[in-house]
Design a binder for this molecule. Structure first.
Ligand code: C2E
Ligand code: CA
Ligand code: CA
Length: 732
């Protein structure tokens, strides 16, 4: 109670009472219109004061809540109105009576069956009154509930997505410094549930090479406010089995309100299988599946790179091109299985012969290349090439067959032999070409002279093409004679070509054209057609020609239809095969296309075409060839005949060849007989047949009938008559 200055209690004054009444009325009105329900019960549990909102909360009419009514009566009224709350009756009773009984104060909820919910706050006053407020929280509660449900759903979706994606989750609260690892994350790391999540535990599993970078990323996202996310790819040794696994990690930082520290969520995915598949794809794009060596495109990229590095470092690079000598032959005769095995063994030996920093590639069927880095001189390259050849020399067996993996090597040096990859390749290729021409199984380093050789080669090929186009290719015929009687026993057709100016040229001027697949075959076609036409003409005209021999080069056998073409033409011209002979040199047995030679010669021979072995003794002769191929005639090369007077060795060879022929039932023809003495000596050595300027040079077809009409080309005296003075024909 307030006291005024005069000592009389303030409330006792009439104006004060009036004032108090007015205030009470204002208060009552204010209370009546409050949105919150309000009630006050006295110590005996009788209602002292309440408002409309309170009645509404209890489902009653305000008039039913007159002052003085007890809490129990209020409950009875509520029950009579069918009031229902979301509590079991016993509990509801208990809650209500507890509330009505009052306590020291507190909060509770009243949730009505219709969904309306009220938050009740109550307390007891010093005078023992119980006061409570009822606030309708239905709306805010539903918002809160909806938010909670949505959050739960989105979390569930996230969990599902994480699970489906196989992601392990690492949840790091930077404020509380707590880590949570999901089950999947433990699986990825191979860690058991009992192991406490810790950075050290995880880091210990990360591959040593990736550890520092990964740790840096973790520190950056933790400490750098500007960094909100990171992505890392790390290798780990899985704890459970020590296996090396590839993991991609994604991290995000989320901030808590009013806190500079955040929460970092990291997901981890084991991408080992994808990585391996990707590596396999990348690997097979750059490698040859059979040998495991780099393929052509990879080789080209490596070469570019090696040259680039070498020019920066002022170093030299060696380039080797290799070609297996008899690959096609083995592949065709022993099958692809043997061919594959040969390639595998070859590749392995090649790889073993060079240093680990060198690139070994398979750039074609049986073509390989080696990039030798940091070589100091051409001797280095030559040394390595020889070392490779040595490793390749030893044959090996496959399914009982002996396979030979020798190769020819062409080498070029950067920058001495070419400043670009293209030029270097071209020059190494020239060297390879020269190496093969030199007899295979050897290595050759590029030499600028090889280029002039190429120019000569181009000129010869152009010349041959030009002669073919102008139909200026024709056969001349040189007789083969019986050395004892001088009788012509057959002819050899020798290619002649006329220049645009009418000059007759010899085949030597077309040399390389016989090695070019396309041109050699065109020349051969033209020659065979002409020879057959001449033969047909002579035979039809009663000219007594026994046979004509035609020379065939190795290139002609690179197409596998040589025999068929010859036989077909003969058949179409109606000429018996016995009138035809094919002269091959031993190079066709060892060169490219060698694999087709056996079949072609066997077929020709079976059909009656004779086979002569030309230039005998000058090449890579093997007596085996005489047994292996159906040889009817051996032609002793004119180099032996030329020097036989001075060189006893040459005479010995001639004698041996004659004996060999006799023993094998093979005819022997001595070539290049220019002097009578040579002819006499050959007869003395028991050589029956010969050919040479002594008897006749090659003559045009028009002169053949006259030549054949001679009984003998032998009338020569004295016996050492010099060459080139024309022939004296002995008319029949
Ligand atoms: P070859 O088959 O050994 O032919 C013999 C060569 O020796 C011919 O030279 C011939 O004119 C020459 N000759 C013959 N007797 C004597 C002689 O007593 N003294 C000298 N010094 N030479 C003699 P040609 O016609 O220049 O032919 C050279 C080579 O060209 C032939 O050697 C042959 O390998 C090749 N050839 C010729 N015609 C053809 C052809 O139509 N096709 C193919 N693929 N090669 C051919
Ligand atoms: Ca010949
Ligand atoms: Ca010859």
């Amino acid at each position: 109670m307030r006291q005024d200055d005069g000592g009389q209690p303030a409330d006792d004054r009439p104006e004060d009472q009036e004032h108090a009444r007015a205030r009470l009325a204002q208060l009552t009105t204010a209370i009546e219109h409050m949105r919150q329900g309000l009630c006050m019960y006295d110590e005996q549990g009788r209602l002292v004061l309440s408002n409309r909102a309170y009645a509404t909360a209890l489902g009653l009419h305000p008039g039913e809540l007159r002052p003085g009514i007890t809490g129990r009566e209020v409950l009875a009224a509520m029950r009579a109105k069918g009031f229902q709350a979301h509590l079991p009756p016993a509990e509801r009773e208990e809650q209500l009576s507890r509330m009505l009984r009052g306590g020291d104060g507190g909060e509770s909820n009243l949730e009505r069956a219709d969904g309306q919910t009220f938050a009740i706050r109550h307390c007891r006053t010093d005078q023992g009154h119980w006061i409570a407020t009822y606030e309708d929280v239905t709306h805010s509660l539903s918002v809160q509930r909806r938010t909670a449900t949505e959050l739960k759903e989105s979390e569930e979706r996230f969990r599902l997505a994480v699970e489906v994606a196989g992601l392990g989750v690492w949840d790091y609260d930077t404020l509380l410094v707590s880590r949570k690892w999901s089950g999947r994350l433990r699986e990825i790391f191979g860690l058991e549930d009992a192991i406490e999540p810790s950075l050290d535990t995880a880091l210990a599993l990360v591959h040593a090479d990736d550890r520092a970078a990964f740790l840096r990323q973790l520190q950056t996202i933790r400490d750098d406010a500007a960094c909100a996310r990171f992505e890392a790819s790390v290798r780990i040794h899985r704890a459970s089995d020590g296996q090396l696994r590839w993991i991609t990690m994604n991290g995000w930082k989320t901030f808590k309100a009013d806190c500079p520290m955040g929460r970092i969520i990291m997901t981890a995915r084991d991408v080992t299988d994808e990585k391996l598949a990707e590596e396999r794809i990348l690997w097979s794009a750059a490698h040859d599946a059979l040998t495991g060596l780099a393929n052509r495109s990879c080789f080209q990229a490596e070469l570019q790179l090696a040259l680039q590095t070498a020019s920066q470092e002022a170093e030299a690079v060696g380039l080797l091109l290799l070609d297996i000598d008899r690959f096609k032959q083995i592949n065709d005769t022993l099958g692809h299985d043997a061919g594959d095995r040969l390639l595998e063994v070859f590749a392995a030996r090649l790889r073993a012969a060079v240093r680990s920093e060198d690139t070994v590639a398979r750039i074609g069927g049986d073509e390989f290349a080696v990039i030798l880095r940091q070589v100091s001189s051409r001797h280095d390259v030559a040394g390595l090439a020889n070392c490779i050849l040595e490793r390749l020399v030893k044959p090996f067996t496959h399914n009982g067959a002996v396979l030979d993996c020798r190769a020819s090597i062409g080498a070029a040096l950067f920058p001495a032999h070419g400043r670009s990859a293209v030029e270097l390749m071209k020059h190494a290729d020239l060297a390879l070409y020269a190496s093969k021409a030199a007899g295979r199984g050897t290595s050759m380093l590029f030499d600028p002279a090889m280029k002039s050789q190429v120019r000569r080669r181009d000129l010869m090929i152009r010349r041959a093409r030009d002669a073919l186009d102008g139909d200026r290719v024709l056969p001349y015929y040189q007789p083969k004679v019986d050395l004892r009687t001088g009788a012509v026993i057959g002819l050899e057709a020798l290619l002649r070509w006329r220049s645009r100016h009418g000059r007759v040229g010899e085949p030597g001027a077309l040399g390389y054209a016989f090695e070019d697949l396309e041109v050699a075959n065109a020349l051969s076609d033209r020659m065979i057609a002409r020879v057959i036409a001449d033969l047909r003409c002579w035979l039809a005209g009663g000219v007594a020609v026994d046979h004509v021999a035609v020379n065939a080069s190795a290139a002609e056998f690179r197409r596998d239809d040589f025999a068929e073409r010859v036989l077909d033409r003969l058949a179409r011209a109606g000429i018996a095969a016995r009138h035809f002979e094919i002269e091959v040199t031993e190079t066709v047995f060892v060169g490219r296309g060698a694999e087709n030679v056996q079949r072609a010669l066997d077929l020709l021979s079976r059909e009656g075409v004779r086979i002569a072995l030309d230039h005998f003794g000058t090449g890579y002769a093997s007596l085996r060839h005489l047994k292996q191929f159906p040889v009817d005639t051996i032609k002793i090369d004119r180099s032996f005949v030329r020097d036989m007077d001075e060189n006893v060795g040459d005479e010995a060879i001639i004698r041996a060849v004659i004996n060999l022929g006799r023993a094998l039932g093979i005819k022997v023809v001595a070539e290049g007989i220019e002097r009578g003495a040579q002819a006499d000596r050959l007869v003395g050595l028991d050589c029956d047949l010969g050919q040479g300027f002594l008897f006749s040079k090659a003559v045009p077809s028009s002169r053949v009938p006259a030549l054949l009409a001679c009984k003998s080309l032998m009338a020569r005296a004295p016996s050492d008559r010099p060459v080139g003075q024309g022939l004296r024909l002995v008319a029949s």
